[in-house]
Design a protein around this ligand. Structure first.
Ligand code: NAD
Length: 352
């Protein structure tokens, strides 16, 4: 079989940590082109991963007939325009999360994929996590009974990324902790519970601890050093409630909050049992047996979810089929995030 000819757009953190090594390791793929507006980054990726070409303008990839599929690993606000350009140029696309900075743009991306009969997958990598799939199987088998409530917490003590940089600017990131971390939690929840429709969304956001930028004391500044001359106009804290035709979802998320220890988990509560899944880790199944309360700890072996996600993208393109990370599957998460932001801004609940 011919190898799938790949280009990676944006040679920064996630590209070097996951996309470039995963394509290089997959015998069904050939890394043809790497692209970054910072020439040294593209050149370094070409050298390290043995790509044929390094280019500094993504239009050169658009116009390259050799490239069949691309990974988009640039910042959030460029996802939609780039993905749409590549889809129109006949390339299949794996775009990093969040799909786009607004719900409407995600719908535009889906429309471009459909109109051009191309595959558009989004980097919803938790769908490729073994423990998430175990929890999904438990829920889908009915073992928890009627699922009526889900709570998720994606909260850190002091962990605003690159204060003042592209992650804390609404114009480039689209939002703060919700669009950056919450997107993973919401997607994981909708994946596990299966198809539901939205009824209402209500949310509130705050930006407090990082407001006095030079005065912000932190544990982690994981997306680069602070830029005190930069902009901080996104939320560092979000809370919300989502009513669906299935369970109610409540959430608390914070890049920074005075809580001491980080709290990153999801609780699925059903009439017969419940699951507490530690984000990125193991899970406990709470139930009853012979009149006793049980708590079973599952410590699962896990595949490398990023490599698995990329392997599945390659197969999806080769077989031209929609899989679990297709853009169709992430519309509901984009809609909930939009609803939470709109509700926070207007002070009103959003109904569907
Ligand atoms: N799935 C995950 O868990 C995960 C983890 C980290 C990041 N991400 C996502 O990946 C994306 C990139 O994040 P990152 O941390 O790698 O950012 P980064 O800043 O480290 O890398 C982005 C790269 O894109 C390049 N770039 C910018 N504009 C470009 C353009 N027009 N053409 C070509 N290259 C361009 C930059 O020079 C930079 O090298 C973000 O959307 C982020 O949300 C996802």
């Amino acid at each position: 079989m011919e190898k799938l000819k790949i280009a990676v757009i944006g040679c920064g953190t996630i590209a070097n940590a996951q996309h470039l090594p995963s394509y290089t390791a997959n015998p069904k793929a050939e890394l043809v082109s790497v692209c970054d507006i910072i020439p040294e980054r593209a050149d370094a990726a070409k050298e390290k991963y043995g790509a044929k070409k390094a280019v500094y303008d993504y239009h050169d990839v658009l116009n390259d007939p050799e490239v069949q599929a691309v990974s988009i690993c640039v910042h959030n606000y460029m996802h939609a325009p780039m993905a749409i350009d590549f889809l129109k140029a006949g390339k299949d696309v794996l775009c990093e999360k969040p799909a786009a900075v607004t719900y409407d743009l995600v719908c535009d991306m889906k429309a471009a994929a459909d109109a051009n009969d191309r595959i558009l997958n989004i980097g919803v990598v938790n769908r490729f996590n073994s423990n998430v799939n175990r929890v999904r199987d438990i829920i889908q088998s009915g073992e928890l009974g009627e699922l009526y409530q889900i709570y998720c917490s994606f909260r850190a003590h002091r962990s605003i990324p690159g204060l003042g940089g592209q992650s804390t600017r609404k114009e480039t990131a689209g939002g703060g902790v919700l669009i950056d971390w919450g997107v993973h939690y919401l997607d994981l929840i909708f994946y596990c519970i299966g198809e539901v429709r939205l009824k209402t969304v209500t949310g509130a956001t705050h930006s407090v601890l990082g407001k006095d930028m030079p005065g912000y004391t932190y544990e982690s500044m994981w997306a680069g050093p602070p830029d005190y001359a930069g902009v901080y106009n996104v939320e560092e804290y979000v809370t919300g409630m989502v009513r669906t035709t299935g369970p109610v979802i409540t959430l608390n998320g914070a890049w920074a909050q005075n809580i001491g220890e980080d709290a990153t988990f999801i609780e699925f509560m059903g009439s017969k049992g419940g699951v507490k899944l530690t984000y990125g880790g193991d899970f406990i199944l709470y139930s009853t047996d012979r009149g006793c309360l049980t708590a079973t700890q599952y410590k699962g072996q896990c595949v490398n979810m990023f490599a698995h996600e990329i392997d599945c993208f390659i197969d999806a393109v080769n077989e031209h089929k929609k899989i679990r990370s297709n853009v169709d599957q992430v519309l509901i998460t984009a809609q909930v995030m939009q609803g939470l932001y709109d509700s926070a801004e207007t002070g009103h609940e959003i109904s569907y």
